[in-house]
Design a protein around this ligand. Sequence first.
Ligand code: SF4
Length: 640
Amino acid sequence: MGKSITHKIIEQHLVSGEMVPGTEVGLRIDQTLTQDATGTMAWLQFEAIGIGEVRTDISVSYVDHNTLQMGFRNPDDHRYLRTVAAKSGAVFSPAGTGICHQLHLENFAKPGATLIGSDSHTPTAGGIGSMAMGAGGLSVALAMAGEAYFIPMPKVVKVHLTGELTGWAAGKDVILELLRRLTVKGGVGKVFEYGGPGVESLSVPDRATITNMGAELGATTSIFPSDAKTKDFLEKMGRGNDWIELVADEDAVFDEVIEINLSELEPMVAQPHMPDLVCKVKDLAGKKIDQCAIGSCTNSSYSDLKNTAQILSGKQTPPEVDLLISPGSKQVVKMLAREGLIEPLLDAGARVLECSCGPCIGMGGSPTSAGVSVRTFNRNFEGRSGTLDGQVYLASAQTAARLALEGEFTDPATWGPAPERVELPKDVPSIRDLFVFPPEDKSVVEILRGPNIVALEDFDELPQTVEAKVLLKVEDNITTDHILPAGAEITALRSNIPAISQYIFSRVDAEFVNRMKEHGTGVILGGENYGQGSSREHAALGPRHLGVKAVIVKSLARIHRANLVNFGILPLLLVDPSDYDKLSEGDDLVIPAGAMTPGGTIDITTASGKTVAVTNDLTKKELEIIQSGGLLNAVRNNQS
Ligand code: SF4
């Protein structure tokens, strides 16, 4: 029987388990990436493991999220990351060099390699055929230490592409169409593998946009074949030797097949506040726009910004539209500058920002109160822009640039001819010298820390019987932004768990932290898709520091579930979702945690006599990790 690309890569990296969907497989990891927001913790964890040097082919520590230096915290973190990378044999990418996923695609990702990153958009590298997955920082720390990465063997969905993009439709519209059809829950436990005759018409940046935002489907990852387009991309990046051909066998069998005819796609947008609330741009005609932001790891490539410059050239945005552009890397900026494409951006009225996440993570560029912001990003959760009532729409770079000129949503049929599809130039300038490679003699490197970098505390083992109150009841689709809001003030505390924990659920229920302090332990009750969004492990570490012992939910998002396991919080699933209504905030619960078995059911009782059955989807190993108080304890126990 023929194999998919996904099966080929997993087979080559399999260290434990069998390739049966849903059962656990352990994978050897070739590459890791970290970014500063989650990376300081990942590196503190790597240090705590005590392994010395990284054991991957390459590990890269990027600084792209918290690049603002408004006090000592961020610069201290950057210095810590630079020195710990040098000491540990990893590559360091300084602030301003670019966004981790764009940089990794351009400089390090390889077809056929496994990559995990402490950022949920790590699947961007799937655009050139890497099996690239977002993971918790601790999983990344362990992979850097040479440990396997464990996932449930995914189902493989073939997205069969036919036709060719026409007019103003872009790669972004392919993934928006999938989100429209499948919703933010539609990809859980699945890899989306692209194939069919339409693939060859898509550029590598288009492919990377699609795999990047596959994360919004909840997918394990997304992957494209490595073909002639990939070869051309890698050769132009000066990495022709990294290319291998990687395609699915003709007779490969898939768990599911989805058909998309690229020729039928037209410009689309995701409406506030979910990436799957997708409609056609023309359906919003007449709605005023206050801001357009072009950039992020989804759409900040050379081709995105060259198209933007072509659309804006010789024109100006209306004064009421604030236009922000954040290039994905200095390589992109160098190419634009060389071709005289920065000037049209500036002349159009755009603010050209640093090569970093910037407005995507709420670092500047917040829209006005209730302002409509059209962004080329991948997420539009409420409040993520930094403006609580901001109305964020997600679109392609071409659509956002064109709408910036219009000042309102209009029908793309009135936009005139679309810009040409951009190819990379032959002589792409290198930025390799901007990366800091580790020295031969690492003994001379001193790891430098600041006062905001606090070593990890030890966590206790899980008791046989957990007695705790429900201290928070939340609804469906709670995101990691709800659990721990983004924003400069909060994320600056990412290496200081006691300090950052004070913000847990602060925008959902300002009294939650005080209740946790008063009781010392607690349980959170949630609905469907609890913990969707980013890979932010602080959303598990913070609750654990406060004393949260379990979350009881209808369903859980994949990465957050892994983070809960890693930090020793029980992720319990209601057997009957309607039991959610039976439990209330303030209920005293007795959870017989010691009686839990993988996939088994236990009864939780309340002091008032109610009984609720909960189950779990934990493996034996995951259960042991939780019982020992988290993965660091478990790894240390194994070592000793
Ligand atoms: Fe940065 Fe935004 Fe991409 Fe996250 S989604 S890596 S914040 S650009």
